[in-house]
Write a protein that binds this ligand. Structure first.
Ligand SMILES: [Mn+2]
Length: 331
C-alpha cells in the first residue's frame, strides 16, 4: 500500500487520473486535517510522481491509517473536553448495565468525586443467552444523557446495531463497539460516519493486527477519534474469565498512534482480580481504563461477580494514582 500525504490546498485530480490510467485502486480520506490518498497494488503504483504529493509512504502494515508508519506522534482523542492519549490516564467507570435513573445519577456523582472523568453504562447489552437481561435500550440512553447533564461528565455506551446510529448520535458522547462486534464491518463503517469518538474493543479471538485493522475501517470513513480497548482474549486458562493481554497493550502502543484503553473488569471476571489487572494495564502503557462499578454489585442485573463496589473502587483509585506517579503520568 502506498500512502500519499497531499500538499495543503492542492488538487488531486491529476494524481487520481494517473492512478486510474495505471489501473490502480485508490481511496481518498481526510484525517487529522490532512488529505490522504491510499493506492495499491504497490507494483503498479510505485514510482508515480505528482506535484500534489507532499510525502509518499510505502506502508507494510494492513492498517496504514492506524499505523505509526505515517503518523508518528500520539493521537489525542477529545471526548467533550476529556483528552484521551495525553499524560493523564483517563478513568471511565460505571455499572455494566444502566438499570435505574436515580441510582445511575447518584453513583455517577460519587464516581466524579473520586476522580472519574467519564461514565460508562450499557443500554443495549450483548448477552450470551437471549434470556439474560438485554438492557433498557433507548430508555437507558436517555438516562445516560441525564447523567451527563447532571454531572457534566461525558458518557460512553455500546452500539450493537447500525440502525441505532441516530439514537447514539443524540444521546452519547462516545460510541463503544463491543468485543463481539469488533469485526462487524458494516457496524464499523456506520460508526465511522457517526461523527462521535469511538471506543473499539478488541474481539476476544482477534490478534493485535486484526484489532488494528478493525480500527482502520473507522479511520477510512474519516473518523480519526478512535480509542482501541484491550478487554481480554480467550486462552486455555479458565481461572479467569478471559486473559488480559498486557503484551498486546504494549505492542499496540508501538504499532499505532491511537490511544489504548484497557478494560480490566471483563478479563478478571471476579471482583478481587480487577485491581491487579487495572494496575498491570496502566503499567503496560494503557491511556485509559474502563471499569465496572455498581452501588450494590450483588444485586446487579449483569456481570454481578466482577463489578466493584464504591469502597473497592475508591481504594483502586488511590493505587492507580501511586502507579501513575511512578510512570510519570497522572490519573
Ligand atoms: Mn459487563
Amino acid at each position: 500500500m502506498i500512502l500519499y500525504v497531499i500538499k495543503k490546498g492542492s488538487s488531486i485530480d491529476s494524481l487520481v487520473d494517473k492512478l486510474g490510467s495505471r489501473g490502480a485502486s485508490h481511496r481518498i480520506v481526510e484525517l487529522y486535517g490532512r488529505k490522504l490518498v491510499l493506492a495499491w497494488p504497490d507494483n503498479i503504483v510505485e514510482g508515480l510522481t505528482d506535484p500534489s504529493i507532499e510525502a509518499t509512504i510505502k506502508t507494510k502494515k494492513p492498517y496504514p491509517l492506524a499505523s505509526r508508519e505515517w503518523k508518528k506522534e500520539d493521537t489525542i482523542v477529545n471526548v467533550n473536553g476529556v483528552e484521551i492519549g495525553g499524560k493523564r490516564i483517563v478513568i471511565a467507570a460505571g455499572p455494566c448495565s444502566v438499570e435505574d435513573e436515580e441510582q445511575m445519577i447518584t453513583i455517577s456523582r460519587t464516581l466524579k468525586n473520586l476522580g472519574v472523568s467519564m461514565i460508562r453504562g450499557g443500554a443495549f447489552k450483548p448477552r450470551t443467552s437471549p434470556y439474560s437481561f438485554q438492557g433498557l435500550g433507548e430508555k437507558g440512553l436517555k438516562i445516560l444523557r441525564r447523567v451527563s447533564e447532571e454531572t457534566g461528565l461525558p458518557v460512553v455506551s455500546e452500539i450493537m446495531d447500525p440502525r441505532d446510529a441516530t439514537l447514539f448520535r443524540e444521546y452519547v458522547d462516545m460510541v463503544q463497539i463491543g468485543a463481539r462486534n469488533s469485526q462487524n464491518f458494516s457496524l464499523l463503517k456506520e460508526v465511522g460516519r457517526i461523527g462521535k469518538p469511538v471506543l473499539l474493543k478488541r474481539g476476544f479471538g482477534n490478534t493485535v493486527d486484526e484489532w488494528l485493522s478493525s480500527a482502520e475501517y473507522i479511520l477510512l470513513e474519516g473518523n480519526g477519534s478512535v480509542v482501541i480497548c484491550e478487554r481480554g482474549i480467550r486462552s486455555f486458562e479458565t481461572g479467569t474469565r478471559f486473559t488480559l493481554d498486557v503484551g498486546g497493550i504494549a505492542l499496540a502502543k508501538r504499532l499505532t498512534h491511537l490511544p489504548v484503553c484497557a478494560d480490566p473488569s471483563h478479563p478478571a471476571g471476579k471482583r478481587d482480580l480487577v485491581a491487579p489487572l487495572a494496575l498491570a494495564a496502566i503499567a503496560s502503557g494503557a491511556d485509559m481504563l474502563l471499569i465496572e462499578v455498581h452501588h450494590n454489585p450483588e444485586r446487579a442485573l449483569s456481570d454481578s461477580e466482577q463489578q466493584l463496589d464504591i469502597a473497592g473502587f475508591a481504594s483502586l483509585m488511590e493505587r492507580l494514582r501511586s502507579v501513575a506517579r511512578i510512570l510519570g503520568r497522572d490519573v
